[in-house]
Ligand binder design. Structure first.
Ligand code: BTN
Length: 280
């Protein structure tokens, strides 16, 4: 196992990232998302972060388990309070931009964090990865990380949200039995991954992209360009049923647009997407 993180290391790594109000290190946690949700309920401020070296009950979307070899991955959760301090203006008064509270859905935060992880992986490691709608970090169809965005209650605009980021850094998950093929950054880079540097890069990029979101800009166009899902034939299993078609893009709120055989375009906001055939 590589050198674990420590509280001092986190402090040093994240010094100067203005968005971070408090960073807490757990050598082991059941789930960093669960720990941060408890802190959020007790009033922790926006920009509170938890980083762990191990999770004993890590979770993915749709109640799947998130498995990571201890000390091998980046496991972190970030607390957002996207409507705190925002002026609640109607969109009509926002000069062509959406109002800040309109950009406060779970998908907006997923977009911000997945793009930030991609930015940092490029900047720190020189690797170009792609994204799979709605929350996977992938490389050539193999999953190397995921985002789990959880909100308090089910109301929008979001009062507070905990976004968990899990990235396979220094282990080889390719032989493990997951529901989709997996890889890791060390597999892709062919070398050991400096987790601290990557952590700092991700948090700094989240801070920058979140500030833009709060200022009213949607990351959807950039996200669409990064999604390997777009242009593919897909099967979507969503709460409303199964849909087959071609993913043609996303709208400004990050919903996936799927054109079915009858030419109808469906807007998907939640679900599991399987790619049926390569990009056309
Ligand atoms: C997914 O791909 O379904 C999302 C995976 C998210 C995993 C991260 S690891 C840190 C945080 N804590 C959790 O329990 N899950 C997220």
């Amino acid at each position: 196992m590589e050198k674990p993180f420590s509280q001092e290391m986190l402090q040093r790594l994240l010094a100067g990232v203005a968005f971070v109000s408090r960073a807490v290190y757990f050598p082991s946690a059941a789930s960093t998302n669960d720990a941060l949700k408890r802190m959020a309920a007790e009033g922790a401020p926006e920009g509170t972060l938890i980083v762990a070296d191990e999770q004993t009950a890590g979770r993915g979307r749709l109640d799947r388990r998130w498995i990571a070899l201890p000390g091998s991955s980046l496991l972190l959760s970030i607390l957002f309070r996207p409507t705190a301090g925002a002026k609640h203006l109607p969109d009509s008064l926002c000069r062509g931009e959406k109002s800040p509270q309109a950009n406060a859905s779970p998908l907006h935060l997923t977009m911000v964090c997945s793009l930030a992880a991609r930015d940092a992986i490029r900047e720190v490691l020189g690797l170009e990865i792609a994204l799979k709608w709605p929350n996977d970090l992938v490389h050539e169809g193999r999953k190397l990380g995921g985002i789990l965005t959880e909100i308090a209650g089910d109301s929008e605009p979001v009062q507070h949200a905990v976004v968990g980021i899990g990235i396979n850094a220094n282990w080889d998950p390719s032989a493990a039995e997951f529901d989709q093929p997996a890889t890791s950054l060390s597999n892709l880079a062919g070398r050991s991954i400096p987790r601290g540097e990557l952590l700092r890069g991700i948090v700094a990029a989240v801070a920058e992209r979140y500030a833009a979101l709060r200022a009213g800009a949607s990351p959807a166009k950039e996200w669409e360009a990064a999604l390997e899902t777009v242009g593919q034939s897909v099967t979507v299993q969503s709460p409303t049923g199964i849909l087959e078609g071609v993913a043609t893009g996303v709208d400004a709120d990050g919903a996936l647009l799927v054109r079915s055989a009858d030419g109808q375009v469906h807007r998907v906001v939640a679900g599991d997407v399987r790619v049926r055939s390569p990009r056309r």
